[in-house]
Design a protein around this ligand. Sequence first.
Ligand SMILES: [Zn+2]
Ligand SMILES: [Zn+2]
Length: 303
Amino acid sequence: MNSSSDSPFQVLLYYRYVHIPDAADYLERHRELCSRLELKGRILIGEEGINGTVSGETPSTEAYMKALHEDPITADIVFKIDPAEDHVFPKLSIKLRHEIVTLGLPDEADIDPNQITGERLSPVEFYEAMQEEDSVIIDGRNLYEADLGRFKGAICPSVDNFREFPGWLRDHADELKGKKLLTYCTGGIRCEKLSGFLRREGFERVYQLEGGIVTYGKDPEVRGRDFEGLCYVFDERVGVEVNRTETRRVISRCRHCGIEESRYGNCRLPECNAQIFVCPACREKIGLFCGEDCHEDFCAKSP
Ligand SMILES: [Zn+2]
Ligand SMILES: [Zn+2]
């Protein structure tokens, strides 16, 4: 399945939309399992399913996957596995949530991906669909994620939060009308709802990249082709490589001098905290700030 079992640690990314009858009780049992295996990471559990990413020593992550595959609720869950040298999360957090990915539609308008969702495309099918003339590629993530890396030619909506997508898509419906819509996200979970939403809005040709960018990068045939930059991940690694072909390139740039820079930092002004690219030379000269405004504010407040 994956050769990453040679590494001391593994990072798992997974989700499953499945009805969990007593989610609070399920959560407690799940917490015990994770604590026993000394996993760290973030897991959301709700009546609509489970969404998680964890790191752990390889035997522990293997035991975790086995336990979930033996549980009828999660028997079909798909794990994306990355090798690692250590944990990539500081702690374990497991939370109960109404939605395991928050699109924030009113209850009666909520999307159940088991009822309505876009057609799933394998990495090879997705690559081929991207080449078609009437295709529109939609990045289903936040703009700060797309800034680090995205598919060549993709539309990257200017949203800071997944909840803003329905509004953005409605505002841009005219540009999308009649097109073949290809959605993608990190591991596939956001597209389950996003593509379902597009279909319910009346779009007919709606597709989603099954398993997301992470799976696309591991596919032996496409090898991440035409994904530019790194894939943003919500752990200490921040960005991971995707493209292993000659089309690989860095797209993110230092906001001060414009040279290639793919390491994110947070603006040191606490009220700002924006995720920005600043190269080492500019960090030295200007500091890790968005610009003069944040720098001056910071200096004014520091003794
Ligand atoms: Zn710079
Ligand atoms: Zn700032």
